[in-house]
Design a protein around this ligand. Structure first.
Ligand code: PEP
Length: 259
């Protein structure tokens, strides 16, 4: 099934200070090591708070771990008078592979617009970071039945004019807002429906080759108990995990979804 390397990603959100973050990552690495996890087969990424990243980098480099990591957000600008913002350049210097763009909590709490997110996508590529672009509908849109159109509209706006070579590297996470941190999980068939629609839209915007390369994740109350059934779906290439990524054992069991 896996034409694309599955990506299991943990978004720690604003949890785990720099000491707790290291403990969590150490436990995760030990568990995966005990399980002889094959990172070539399934990629493992964590998204710690900015203040943890230096420590994460040191631990990963020091212990030669194959876990990769990224920032939870980035500025559309590279440097200057933007108090409180973090440049993609800084994330790159800290060895980040990925960066989340447009997580629903950024879209709602910080009112991030698609126009802003479009420039964040550019900023990520400018600094060699792979954007994990988060899209997905809220409960009202889902109930109105317009969730596919809504989510594709976000995708088109956030990628507007991006060239095919860059698009092929992209990761897109479908995260229905009503399923984030709520315990409500979209069914595997809901995840598949949206991921198939996203892939078809990428093919329309670019071509079949690009669409076959983009990795599509599902996110929203993923746990070890439901991960395998979601990851079995044809167009789902991974999961973005919030709450359950804060428990090393639980997250390791999600990584081991094939077992
Ligand atoms: C997330 O933060 O992207 C997420 C999906 O959270 P949770 O798994 O807690 O629903």
């Amino acid at each position: 099934k896996y034409v694309r390397r599955p990506l299991i990603a943990g978004n720690w959100k604003m949890n785990m200070d720099h000491v707790q973050g290291i403990t969590l990552l150490q436990k995760l690495a030990w568990t995966l090591d005990d399980n002889k996890h094959d990172y070539e087969r399934v990629e493992v990424a964590v998204f710690p708070p900015f203040t943890d990243i230096r420590g994460v980098q040191t631990l990963i480099a020091g212990d030669d771990l194959e876990i990769v990591y990224g920032g939870q957000d980035l500025s559309p600008n590279d440097s200057g008078a933007y108090t409180g913002d973090i440049s993609g350049q800084f994330l790159d210097r800290l060895g980040c592979t990925y960066v989340l763009v447009g997580h629903s909590e950024r879209r709602t709490v910080h009112q991030e617009s698609d126009e802003l997110l479009r420039s964040k996508v550019d900023a990520a590529y400018r600094h060699g970071l792979v954007p994990v672009l988060c899209v997905g509908e809220g409960l009202e849109v889902r109930q109105a039945g317009t969730h596919v159109e809504h989510t594709l509209e976000q995708l088109r706006a956030d990628l507007d004019g991006l060239d095919a070579e860059k698009a092929a590297e992209l990761v897109v996470a479908y995260e229905p807002v009503w399923a984030i941190g709520t315990g409500e999980v979209a069914g595997p068939e809901d995840a598949q429906e949206m991921c198939a629609a996203l892939r078809a839209e990428i093919e329309k915007l670019y071509d079949a080759d690009t669409a076959s390369k983009v990795r599509l994740l599902y996110g929203g109350s993923v746990k070890a108990a439901n991960a395998a059934s979601i990851l079995r779906e044809r167009d789902v290439d991974g999961v973005l995990v919030g709450g359950a990524s804060l428990d090393a054992g639980e997250f390791a069991n999600i990584v081991r979804f094939e077992h």
